[in-house]
Write a protein that binds this ligand. Structure first.
Ligand code: ATP
Ligand code: MG
Length: 378
């Protein structure tokens, strides 16, 4: 039986008060929900938006239970939360996405083995548990990337290698009990698909976003992606199939590679809002943040068609090396907005905010946001 929708006015809980939690909390606030947050960092980005913030490490199942008490539903902005804490939430309030789907996604090797077992297309990879096996995997796969199975994000916990010896050294220096060795793929384009799914199985997909990474970190993203209609349909079907099979309630982002020979492969999954859909605030009637709130509360899912081409460019902490950048010239460019996450400490590589822009075409949106970004770098 489908539960009755959670009406505005109720309290929603967030595991994680980083930028994704903050932007989702703002959408929840707009709709009239109260927001409570759990985050290991006291001054987390969502703090100003939440009525109650619990500061505790992810492994603190008692704190997770405390968050859940009084919440009509709980969601998350980070998947790497220990099972015991997820279960502690789930025992008290509906947790969306549920424990089992998060546990599958949160460990890279488990996620890839699950995708493989369920027939979803992946590049060649090996799961390895010791340095010698990492060496053997590189010898078999050739040029590869050794990725730690736990804890990696924004290209961290990854080492690019060419030889078996480098594979051995990479495994040792990652100091992870489990790694995945992935063949280095000949990528033409990176795209992603965001799917929202409700507890009753209702589902919507956003049109694909085209994404550009530098050293494993997202630099910019733009919608419409410009991939052909066949590829678009293929990507959507794939993403919806994965969300359904995982039983996701909430959001699922599927990162994909389009290879030079046209093959479409899954890179990785994220059961939450995703950096490559930050411009959903501009490109679609429903932002990914509002959509997550709708999905977990059982409200009607919002429209996802492209109403206006839009793009984002990430702002990393490097830009703050000599103090906060001056956004005056960036904001003078038509269609440009600045989004800052309220992080107090700027570290190199840390995501501090993003710029967004719209345009008559995706090219114009991307040109504008990149031009705005360049004004910050000189
Ligand atoms: P994030 O959390 O930012 O999504 P991550 O740290 O989990 O990233 P991945 O998504 O695994 O890392 O990889 C980051 C980027 O590195 C990819 O988007 C792609 O540009 C590149 N990359 C990853 N795996 C491969 C591969 N097998 N072959 C070629 N390039 C790759
Ligand atoms: Mg990724």
């Amino acid at each position: 039986m489908t539960p009755a929708p959670v009406p505005p006015g109720a309290t929603l809980g967030f595991l994680g008060g980083g930028q994704l939690g903050r932007m989702t909390a703002m959408a929840a606030r707009t709709m009239g929900y109260d927001v409570r947050v759990l985050d290991p960092e006291r001054d987390c980005p969502a703090r100003p938006v939440a009525s109650h913030v619990i500061t505790a490490p992810w492994a603190d199942a008692g704190a997770a239970a405390e968050l859940a008490r009084g919440c009509a539903a709980v969601t998350l902005e980070i998947e790497q939360i220990p099972r015991a804490s997820l279960e502690a939430v789930g025992a008290i309030a509906p947790l969306h996405p549920g424990v089992e789907s998060v546990v599958i996604v949160q460990e890279r090797a488990r996620q890839k083995e699950w995708l493989l077992a369920n027939g979803f297309p992946l590049g060649p990879f090996r799961t390895v548990r010791d340095a010698a096996s990492a060496g053997t995997a590189v010898a078999e796969l050739g040029r590869s990337i050794v990725k730690s199975a736990m804890g990696g994000y924004d290209g961290r916990g990854q080492i690019r290698v060419r030889t078996a010896t480098e594979g051995v050294t990479a495994f040792e220096s990652l100091r992870a009990p489990v790694c995945v060795v992935e063949a280095f793929l000949d990528i033409a384009t990176e795209i992603s698909v965001l799917v929202a799914r409700r507890a009753d199985g209702a589902m919507v997909a956003y049109p694909t976003s085209r994404n550009f990474h530098t050293d494993g970190v997202l630099t910019w993203a733009v919608t419409p992606s410009g991939v052909d209609a066949t590829r678009e349909t293929q990507a959507t079907t794939l993403a919806q199939g994965i969300a359904e099979r995982l039983g996701i309630v909430g959001l699922l982002a599927t990162e994909m590679f389009v290879l030079r020979d046209g093959t479409l492969l899954v890179n990785e999954l994220a059961p939450r809002p995703h950096n490559t859909y930050h411009h959903s605030e501009r490109a679609h009637p429903t932002s990914q943040f509002e959509q997550l709130v709708r999905a977990i509360t059982g409200l009607p899912l919002g429209a996802t068609a492209v109403v206006r081409p839009a793009a984002i460019h990430n702002l990393l902490g490097d830009l703050w090396a000599e103090g906060a950048p001056d956004f005056t010239r960036a904001l003078a460019i038509p269609g440009v907005r600045v989004h800052l996450y309220g992080k107090h400490e700027a570290r190199p590589g840390r995501k501090m905010g993003h710029l967004s822009a719209d345009g008559a075409t995706p090219e114009e949106a991307l040109d504008r946001v990149c031009a705005a970004y360049r004004t910050l770098t000189v």
